[in-house]
Design a protein. Structure first.
Length: 256
């Protein structure tokens, strides 16, 4: 009798687990379908086109992102970010809601979703633009959001994907110059997030900031940044390190 009851409980638990997994899978599929539609809207792609790890919108688009089209759907969208030949291809949001963290747990349409949507630090400004644009995204257990950034631990991955495309009002291609896998338990690493805009007389502080990145980067990228460069920082969590973060630093390339 007891064994029969245990079997029934185990079956019930299995059924519940399968239903939860199916619901999570459906939720993820719906979110990715929405991002496909947003990508087509952003780059004027045909209806049958889907986001692909083999191209960014600018490969087949009509002169870059249509930011107005995305902002018509959600005015809190400030750009679109992608890394060619990777799954990273998403709109970037910005808001002061929840201390700037609203999109950590919300989709583009503002509905709740655990994967969230990549978002720009609320202190940053794409119009000016800020000297360092900081974009955050989740490191999910699949390949969504900023999860592919963990692969930059290998230098070979950097060599295959050295450029980030961030389309915004003053956007373009950003060349990666430093990769850090660090703990924010270290005050020096927390201080990195204070570097957003240079103020008069801040040149020495920015030189020290860039020197720190050069010293702490995992490997020599062969790319150097100057205090006059416009920077882009991508940040995501990294569980193998206590309070860990993957930090990718890139500088804007000059227009050709």
């Amino acid at each position: 009798m007891a064994r029969r009851w245990i079997r029934r409980v185990c079956k019930a638990v299995l059924v519940v687990a399968l239903l939860v997994a199916a619901a999570d899978g459906m939720s993820l599929w719906k979110e990715e379908a929405q991002f496909d539609a947003l990508w087509r809207e952003a780059y004027h792609m045909p209806e049958e086109a889907k986001r692909s790890r083999w191209m960014t919108g600018t490969d087949k688009g009509e002169g870059g992102v249509d930011l107005e089209a995305l902002q018509a759907l959600n005015p809190q969208c400030v750009g679109y970010i992608s890394i060619k030949d990777t799954p990273l291809s998403y709109p970037v949001m910005q808001t002061e809601e929840e201390n700037g963290m609203f999109y950590l747990t919300h989709a583009f349409d503002r509905s709740y979703h655990g994967n969230g949507t990549p978002f720009l630090d609320m202190r940053c400004n794409t119009r000016t633009p800020s000297d360092n644009l900081i974009v955050y995204g989740h490191n999910t257990r699949n390949t969504k959001m900023f999860s592919c950034l963990r692969f930059y631990r290998e230098e070979a991955y950097f060599k295959e994907h050295p450029v980030i495309r961030f389309d915004h009002e003053n956007g373009g291609d950003y060349q990666i110059f430093a990769v850090l896998f660090e703990s924010l338990s270290d005050e020096n690493n927390r201080d990195l997030f204070a570097m957003v805009d240079q103020k008069p007389g801040d040149e020495e502080a920015w030189e020290a900031f860039l020197d720190y990145l050069k010293k702490e980067r995992l490997y020599d990228t062969g790319v150097e940044a100057e205090v006059t460069d416009k920077l882009l920082t991508l940040s995501t969590c990294y569980r193998p390190i206590d309070n860990g973060r993957v930090l990718i630093f890139a500088k804007k390339q000059s227009e050709k």
